[in-house]
Structures are given as structure tokens and as C-alpha cells.
Design a protein around this ligand. Structure first.
Ligand code: PMP
Length: 313
């Protein structure tokens, strides 16, 4: 088995070199977005961030999915790290629309990484933050099934580095897990928690199907408070599919009827194999969820759980 880098959607997109960036309050040329080496953003990797996805709709509109919920989660992450947020949702949305206007192309969807960097201050004194938005082109297609492995690295416990803080430093372990997985031919990796139960993927939450029920570990098992997972739960409810948050043992991964990942970028991604054990290609439950989610994302069959901030034309 050989990992296919084109499936690593989040990671290959970071190799793009966009023309613009939103930095210090406005859209600027990419090369002007520079942070000093002495800032806590650089010295301690101090930031919080969100991964936003904008989709072209069937009717030609372009909308950012659940933008306000991303803003609210960013505020919660910032609060947990004592980083001030000096802008309201309207300013966040306007910044997102501004980078969209600069980078949107008719043939691609967009991913925006919204990062709040700590640009002044020292160990909590005089902390000043700056919102930076970088936009990356994304193909307008559903994710491909992937082969995943279980990492020997673990999700850190809440008392060490809470998984619910979406900060770059939390992703050092994701990077190590990916490096480990790449060497073994996997497209993506699953992190276990300190108790050896399933926490989440490195950039997405787990969907496990047994006997027609969809299960995913709760945040207390080391999963991010995922926005997409709450959407999937609502879609499941409207399709009459039972959905529960509960601890998942590692061994359940190997006897699951279906396995998938879900997240803003992952959408609903099917897992073909786990630690080299093939799963069935018959995936009735996750396929139904995947179709329903995509139809809502593209505006083909809107759902109240999948709201959009539409970019003004
Ligand atoms: N877990 C991790 C570690 C993530 O990085 C992401 C992506 N933000 C998710 C889960 C999924 O969260 P969301 O649905 O809000 O994108």
C-alpha cells in the first residue's frame, strides 16, 4: 500500500502560494504578512485558529459554511489561552469576505485558515493578537476513500493540552502521527487517548457504524468540539439514523461495519482500511449521510443545520 498525496487535501493545499493574505486589518500582498521572531506567536507557537470552508452552490452563490459557529469556537479557544479577541462576528465575516473577494476563482471552492496570532506580550502580560486569514483553492469534489492507521502517538489529556483548544501547538502530535503514517503507507491517522481509546483523526472526528448506529467519541475522550460532527448528528436525526457520542475502544475500529472521518474539510470521508484490515465497500449508513451532507453543502437540498454566510455579489 502506498499513500496518495493527492488525498491529503488539507496538507497539499498548504503548499499553495496565494497572492494575498488578510493581515493587520486588511488584504495585503502575501509577502507583507511577516511576524517578528520575538513574538509569542513565533517563540511559543501561540495562536488559535479555525479552518473554514466556502462552497459554490448549485445556483451560483458562494457561501461560507457555519461561519458564526467558527467565530464562536475561536473565541472559546482564545479564552482558554487568555488571548484577547478584539473584533466581533461582523468584523470576522467582513475579513473573510475580503480575502474571498481577493482569492475566489470560479472553478474552485476555498479553504480559509483564520489564525489569531499573539503579536505582542509576554506570558500573559500585554497580550495583543492579530487576525490573519490565508485562503487556499480546493477542488469542487467529494473526498475519496482513504486508508488509515492508528498512531503510536497519543492525544494529550485535557490537563496537559486540552483538545478543545484549537491551537497550532496541539497539531505537533498530528504532524508526528502523519510522518509515522506516511512511512507506513497510510493517507491519514487516528489518535488514541491516554487510556488507549479512540480520540479522533488528526484533523477530523471519527464516525463508526455498528448495527446501523453511528457513534463518535465525546470531547472528553480527546476530540475537538467539531462543528461538522454536530451537523452530521442533525442530518442523521432527519434521516432516522441513530447517532450517539460514546467512548470507543480501539478493538471496535476493527469490527466496525463502516468507518469514516468527518470535519469541515474531510466532509464525510470513507475509510477503506484501518491498520491494513480492509473494510466492506458496502457503506449504506455513511453513504446516506455523505449524500445528504453534500446535497446540503451545494444547496441542492438545503438543511437548517448547514447554514451559510453568502458572499455579497
Ligand atoms: N478534530 C481535529 C483535530 C480537527 O483539526 C478538526 C478540523 N477542524 C476536526 C476534528 C473537525 O472539526 P470541524 O468539524 O469543526 O472542522
Amino acid at each position: 500500500m502506498k499513500s496518495d498525496p493527492t488525498k491529503w487535501r488539507v496538507r497539499t493545499l498548504q503548499l499553495q502560494r496565494p497572492e494575498h493574505v488578510f493581515f493587520d486589518g486588511q488584504v495585503r500582498p502575501w509577502e507583507e504578512a511577516v511576524l517578528h521572531v520575538s513574538t509569542e506567536a513565533v517563540v511559543r507557537g501561540l495562536n488559535v485558529f479555525e479552518g473554514l470552508k466556502g462552497h459554490w452552490q448549485e445556483n451560483g452563490d458562494f457561501g461560507w459554511r457555519t461561519l458564526e459557529r467558527h467565530y464562536e469556537r475561536m473565541r472559546r479557544s482564545a479564552r482558554l489561552l487568555h488571548i484577547p479577541v478584539e473584533f466581533d462576528y461582523d468584523a470576522f465575516r467582513d475579513a473573510c469576505f475580503a480575502i474571498t473577494a481577493a482569492e475566489l476563482r470560479p472553478e474552485s471552492d476555498l479553504y480559509v485558515r483564520a489564525t489569531l496570532f499573539v503579536v505582542e506580550g509576554h506570558y500573559g502580560e500585554g497580550t495583543v493578537s492579530d487576525l490573519v486569514l490565508t485562503a487556499y483553492q480546493q477542488p469542487q469534489k467529494a473526498p475519496q476513500p482513504i486508508d488509515v492507521g492508528t498512531s503510536t502517538w497519543r492525544r494529550s489529556p485535557d490537563l496537559s493540552m486540552p483538545a478543545r483548544i484549537k491551537t497550532s501547538t496541539n497539531y505537533q502530535i498530528a504532524r508526528l502521527a502523519l510522518l509515522e503514517g506516511r512511512g507506513r503507507g497510510y493517507d491519514d491517522m487516528i489518535l488514541l487517548n491516554q487510556s488507549g481509546r479512540v480520540a479522533e483523526g488528526i484533523g477530523a472526528c471519527i464516525l463508526l457504524v455498528r448495527d446501523g448506529r453511528v457513534c463518535s467519541p465525546p470531547p472528553s475522550e480527546g476530540a475537538l468540539e467539531s462543528i461538522t460532527l454536530t451537523i452530521v448528528a442533525e442530518l442523521a436525526a432527519s434521516l432516522g439514523i441513530p447517532f450517539e457520542r460514546r467512548p470507543i475502544d480501539r478493538s471496535e475500529l476493527y469490527i466496525a461495519d463502516e468507518l469514516g472521518l468527518t470535519g469541515t474539510l474531510a466532509e464525510v470521508t470513507m475509510i477503506s482500511s484501518i491498520d491494513d484490515l480492509q473494510l466492506s465497500t458496502d457503506r449504506p449508513v455513511l453513504s446516506a449521510l455523505e449524500r445528504r451532507y453534500r446535497d446540503a453543502l451545494l444547496g441542492i437540498d438545503p438543511h437548517p443545520a448547514v447554514e451559510f454566510a453568502f458572499v455579497p455579489v
